[in-house]
Ligand binder design. Structure first.
Ligand SMILES: *Cc1c(COP(=O)(O)O)cnc(C)c1O
Length: 398
């Protein structure tokens, strides 16, 4: 009999999105004439830009003739895409090298797979509430997690506690689900704390392109010292609508080295390279062609148009909450609006209330952690008409 990884028994049933689907189905079966508006899931709705589509087509055409055909590519990504990522960082004032860029099929895979590089006994800090991938992948590996409270008091931006030693720290900024984003000073505090503790920061910047406040850092590497203590995960999913197309990139500085028990220095860049070349055969050439187009002038302009569209939706949602004096977070530097459930309802009660009385679907904060249990997430990723209609319904209801 195979002995199984019984750490899986310690996973909480990921019932969030299935429970939402179940409740929505039940409601729509009982009320087939009612139009339901979904502002719950974190998926985009705008199509890919014309430049990306053009390059995807070019990628397909290249495979049609022997002269330009591509088989296995470099596991780390094609040079043209790694260079494009380097240029993108440079435009944002951050200098990285192509060998520090690892292209992948997305940030979910990388933030989960990175746990391969760490031993079991680490003190791991993860904010609560948070994107569930960080928690579940560590539980799968049998690690203990120390939670940092993110709440209204700290504006959902927990800061380091000097009395606690950590080895590995997860930070997602702008945050999913709370929409909160760290400023330069706050991130500097985290970097300083990591350097003092000889700790590693795993920084998820999947929503960096939603930052509108130009004083906010869009990369942890904008902070002095971060190259000695941080890995950054990013993705084209939200930047360019690649949720279905699949492409992301992870930056692992060459300077990032830690001592092994035998005194040898281990490079995280070299370890990840070894891990990826062993377990991963790269992203398809076609997708990488499309991904490189995102970083072209035209491609980026098209992405920004879509992001603007979502940001306008976020404003519409925020305005409605303001008019009802509901305290909310996010929505400015993030596609997510996170707010306190009105009238003392908990997040599942409010979910049912909104579904039954306004036919609007959002995401209960409880699904992201204990501290989310009285909060609710709406996304700006819907289309304009539906967003407006949803807010009109909420306006009447609340
Ligand atoms: C959407 C999202 C990602 C992107 O994941 P992909 O696998 O690249 O689609 C990463 N991190 C967070 C927090 C997200 O919400």
């Amino acid at each position: 009999m195979p002995k199984l990884n019984e750490n899986y028994l310690n996973l909480k049933e990921s019932y969030l999105f299935s429970e939402i689907a179940h409740r929505v189905n039940e409601y729509s079966n009982a009320n087939p004439d009612k139009k339901i508006i979904r502002l719950g899931i974190g998926d985009v709705t705008r199509p890919l830009g014309a430049k990306v589509i053009e390059e995807l087509h070019n990628g397909v055409d290249a495979l049609a003739s022997a002269e330009t055909f591509k088989g296995y590519g470099p596991e780390q990504g094609y040079g043209f895409l790694r260079d494009a990522v380097v240029s993108y960082y440079k435009e944002n004032g951050v200098s990285i090298e192509p060998e520090e860029v690892f292209v992948s099929d997305g940030a979910k895979s990388d933030t989960g797979n990175i746990t391969d590089l760490f031993a079991k006994d680490n003190v791991i800090l993860i904010p609560d509430p948070v994107y569930p991938v960080y928690v579940d992948t560590n539980i799968m590996n049998g690690r203990n997690i120390t939670y940092m409270n993110a709440n209204a008091e700290n504006h959902f931006l927990p800061m380091p506690d000097k009395n606690i030693h950590a080895d590995i720290i997860y930070i997602c900024s702008p945050n999913n689900p709370t929409g909160a984003a760290y400023n330069h000073e706050q991130l500097k505090e985290w970097v300083d704390y990591a350097l003092e503790n000889n700790a590693l920061i795993l920084y998820d910047s999947a929503y960096e392109c939603f930052i509108t406040d130009e004083t906010l850092p869009r990369s942890i590497f904008a902070i002095e010292g971060a190259k000695n203590c941080a890995i950054e995960f990013c993705s084209l999913s939200k930047t360019a609508g690649f949720t279905g197309t699949r492409c992301g990139y992870t930056i692992i500085p060459k300077a990032l080295k830690f001592d092994a028990a035998n005194g040898e220095q281990m490079s995280l860049n070299a370890m990840w390279n070894r891990r990826q070349t062993t377990k991963f055969n790269g992203v398809s050439y076609i997708v990488q062609k499309g991904a490189a187009a995102v970083f072209s002038k035209e491609g980026m302009a098209e992405c920004k148009e879509n992001i603007k569209y979502y940001q306008e939706n976020a404003k519409i949602i925020a305005k409605e909450l303001e008019s009802k004096n509901i305290r909310y977070f996010g929505g400015v530097n993030s596609p997510y609006i996170w707010f306190e459930c009105p009238n003392g309802m908990d997040s599942w009660e409010f979910f049912d209330y909104l579904l039954n009385n306004a036919q609007v679907v959002g995401t209960p904060g409880a699904g992201f952690g204990e501290n989310g249990k009285n909060f609710f997430r709406l996304t700006s990723f819907g289309n304009r008409e539906n967003t407006i209609e949803a807010m009109e319904r909420i306006d009447k209801l609340l």
